[in-house]
Ligand binder design. Structure first.
Ligand SMILES: Cc1cc2nc3c(=O)[nH]c(=O)nc-3n(C[C@H](O)[C@H](O)[C@H](O)COP(=O)(O)O)c2cc1C
Length: 202
């Protein structure tokens, strides 16, 4: 038996449309054996039930049914968004990076201003102060000037703003193909190799 510590990443699901992007990303990380420290905001929970009919605490069986039992190679740990004492609230915790997918404009504003009002915002703030990858996947259209400015602030602080804008060059046929594209972009941003979408061949 290997005693190599499991690598860990944080994922947050907040109240923007696009729950499918979140579950595809979770499945891809779990298949790779990661410990995923998951935080779901109240509106993120609402999105999961409205868009996918899955409660946050039933995500692992849902992922296993939808993407196969390989997701059980990983560990999914769900934290309360109120638990500011969770490991990922501290820079001393070994979490290597974080993706907020989807990222609501409200949470993005909180990250832009370092508010740390809940675990999602605090864990994101930790990523920025520790200079670890923080990937924000906003979904809103059109965007107001304050929203655009908040995205600039996040980018200036070191986050990657990776909007939920799937491409069409890979000729998607199903919604899943669009989710694969976005999850692949997130994995690439976290430095992970994947084959979730075909690379562009010029
Ligand atoms: C069904 C539904 C869809 C929503 N879609 C979006 C969205 O796409 N983008 C966004 O920024 N906010 C969206 N909102 C609004 C956010 O959920 C709301 O601002 C909430 O306070 C965000 O809180 P959170 O960041 O803690 O999850 C939506 C709300 C609901 C109920």
């Amino acid at each position: 038996m290997s005693d190599k510590p499991r690598r860990s990443l944080a994922v947050a699901i907040t109240g923007a449309s696009g729950a499918l992007y979140a579950v595809r990303t979770l499945a891809a990380l779990l298949e790779r054996g990661y410990r995923v420290e998951l935080v779901v905001s109240d509106f993120g929970r609402r999105l999961l039930t409205e868009e996918l009919s899955v409660p946050a605490d039933k995500l692992l069986p849902y992922l296993s049914r939808s993407y196969g039992s390989a997701v059980e190679r990983g560990v999914l740990q769900l934290h309360s968004n109120k638990d500011l004492g969770a490991g990922i609230a501290s820079g001393s915790h070994g979490c290597e990076g974080m993706a907020i997918v989807p990222c609501s404009m409200k949470t993005l504003a909180g990250v832009a201003h370092g508010l740390s009002r809940n675990l999602v915002e605090r864990a994101a703030d930790v990523m920025l102060k520790e200079r670890r990858p923080l990937i924000l996947v906003p979904r809103e259209t059109p965007m107001s000037l304050p929203q655009l400015r908040n995205m600039v602030s996040c980018a200036e602080a070191g986050a990657m703003v990776l909007p939920a804008m799937p491409a069409f060059y890979q000729k998607p046929e199903r919604l899943e193909d669009l989710a694969d594209f976005m999850a692949g972009k997130i994995l690439s941003a976290l430095g992970l190799v994947h084959d979730l979408y075909p690379p562009w061949k010029g």
